[in-house]
Design a protein around this ligand. Sequence first.
Ligand code: IMP
Ligand code: MG
Length: 174
Amino acid sequence: MPDLNPSEILLSADQIQKRVTELAREIRGDFPGDLHLIAVLKGAFIFLSDLLRNMDGHVSLDFMAVSSYAKSTTSSGQVRLLKDLDTSLDGRNVIIVEDIVDTGLTLTYLQDILRARNPKSLRTACLLSKPSRRKVDVQVEYIGFSIDDRFVVGYGLDYAEQYRNLPHIAVLEP
Ligand code: IMP
Ligand code: MG
């Protein structure tokens, strides 16, 4: 078990729900027709499910998995594709749904490989962003909250596979 404990609540469950509802409306306003959401496993699965339930009409989804942080809180800078999509993106309006953009390396990698699959449009939605940590200038059209450089868990985000089940987002401190 991890030897760190989540301390301060950074974002309450209510704050998150309110912002995710706004993001869903904004995305749906920009893409009112056919829309395809691609969530990055595992961290984005709760964000995806709340986004999706706040969208009406024709919305489909798929999942990808990439390796990022093993059991550490710093990025290795290495990205590896662990699970690919089940369906084609050809001619579709696609939104990548990610939990957090930190250095930006993971998203840059994902955007590059998905753009090569000929979607009609490709945009990215991240619940959280740590702008001070960016190593590459990656474009993220929809951001839930910008936060300081602190390691956070909960609402799908983990440390060593723990704490995904917290309904809020908490700071993990040694
Ligand atoms: P990036 O490639 O450095 O942007 O890292 C993005 C990935 O690192 C995210 O999808 C998360 O899985 C993980 N990550 C970055 N910061 C945090 C954090 O504060 N808590 C939990 N996971 C994080
Ligand atoms: Mg992730």
